[in-house]
Design a protein around this ligand. Structure first.
Ligand code: FAD
Ligand code: UDP
Length: 362
């Protein structure tokens, strides 16, 4: 009998394991992971001296000093700041939406000029925005919506912008200053030795069983607490129906050049290009290698067997998730993380959720 059985070796359970061990080094913890490696979706692999973000680009950002101090106490972070470029039919725009974007789009130099154009364009939306399209137009106007949002968003989510919830676009800052930092958060960076090393440190001294699907033999693993970070609908054998997810396919290529695109992230915002972005991994943490590695990210419909990367937090799925939560009769099973909680959480939110849980179980 273990004290804690942690299902999934991603960031959520790594936070749980580290904090428990820090408090009680004798706690008996077992981690069960179905993949062949730890770190979940933040897994990085050092290939030819470059930390390749195998499951998509991950930039750590937070405004919470406690969380920033926590991760910096585990591993060193560099000073990377994300400044992605949007490519619309080879017209290049800065992201997030800021004075550089507005200058390129409309030629306006002063904030008040940009504001005037946005105010004019948003007049077409009457009342509270009811969906992502209306939300986007009321934030930045129709020109930016058509070139930089509509195509990208519809391929990312496989749905019309009129059928998507508005909160997705509210993730992106809109600024009337010249500032290309993609995030508003106070702290930002990438682990200098890669995320996998960070997670390795967090699981240090903890027993980890790889290549093992907990659901194949759940009776075998007994613990005072079972902390499950896989999909909640799968845990219950989909008995209330399937929650929807969005999946991705990654196409990674080594290129015999020092530099391919001059930036870590380039978004392709037109509908007809099937991938959403090209990541050039070396720019997250450049060690001066002679070659480079890029990844094209293709959004795809989620089928059983695919990785459920993004929960789709619309009303229909939120309701179904609430129904699944009510099924929880087994007192010692706790759901957590991006899949267990079915939330579009960034890494800092995942750590925060783990901190909250620790208050109850430690
Ligand atoms: P996961 O990392 O998904 O870990 C869950 C683990 O459980 C997985 O390893 C899985 O294999 C395992 N598992 C599932 N079921 C079972 C089972 N039955 N038995 C055994 N093991 C099981 N956040 C940011 O802050 N910044 C970013 O830039 C950013 N970029 C992102 C880009 C992409 C493409 C994606 C998909 C996410 C991004 N995120 C980003 C979010 C970030 O990936 C998550 O917040 C974080 O990885 C979630 O950690 P987790 O432990 O909850 O889940
Ligand atoms: N988005 C967009 N154009 C872009 C980048 C993002 O329209 O060039 C929209 C899109 O709807 C996306 C959302 O903003 O789903 C959030 O973007 P973010 O970069 O936060 O997405 P993630 O990194 O989570 O995939």
């Amino acid at each position: 009998m273990y004290d804690y059985v942690l299902v999934g070796a991603g960031l959520f359970n790594a936070t749980i394991a580290k904090c428990i061990k820090d408090k009680n080094k004798d706690a008996k913890i077992l981690v069960i992971e179905k993949r062949s490696h730890i770190a979940g979706n933040i897994y990085t692999e050092n290939i030819d001296g470059i930390d390749v973000h195998i499951y998509g680009a991950h930039i750590f950002h937070t405004s919470d000093k406690k969380i920033w101090d926590f991760v910096n106490g585990i591993t060193e972070f560099n000073n990377f700041i994300n400044t992605p470029i949007a490519n619309y039919k080879n017209e290049l725009y800065n992201l997030p939406f800021n004075m550089h974007t507005f200058y390129k789009m409309w030629g306006c130099i002063k904030p008040e000029e940009a504001l005037k154009i946005i105010e004019e364009q948003k007049k077409e939306i009457k009342g509270e925005p009811k969906n992502l399209e209306e939300q986007a137009i009321s934030l930045v106007g129709r020109d930016i919506y058509e070139k930089l949002i509509k195509g990208y968003t519809e391929k990312q989510w496989g749905k019309d912008c009129k059928d998507l919830p508005s909160f997705i676009i509210k993730r992106l800052p809109v600024r009337l200053i010249y500032d290309n930092n993609y995030f508003n958060d106070k702290y930002q960076g990438i682990p200098s030795l890669g995320y996998t090393k960070m997670i390795e440190n967090m699981f240090s001294g903890t027993e980890v069983l790889l290549n093992t699907n907990y659901l194949d033999d759940r009776e075998k693993y007994k613990g005072k607490y079972i902390i499950y970070t896989g999909p909640i609908d799968e845990y219950y054998d989909y008995k209330l129906g399937r929650l929807e997810y969005r999946s991705l396919k990654f196409e990674t290529t080594k290129i015999d050049k020092k530099d391919y695109q001059g930036v870590a992230v380039m978004n392709f915002t037109e509908r007809d290009i099937p991938f959403t972005r090209i990541i050039e991994h070396k720019h997250f943490n450049d060690r001066g290698t002679d070659t480079t590695i890029i990844t094209k990210e293709y959004p795809v419909n989620f089928e059983i067997g695919d990785e459920p990367y993004y929960p789709i937090n619309d009303e229909k799925n939120k309701k179904l998730y609430e129904e699944y939560k009510k099924l929880k009769t087994d007192g010692n099973v706790i759901f957590g993380g991006r899949l267990g909680s079915y939330k579009y959480y960034d890494m800092d939110k995942v750590i925060n959720e783990a901190f909250e849980l620790l208050k109850k179980i430690l």
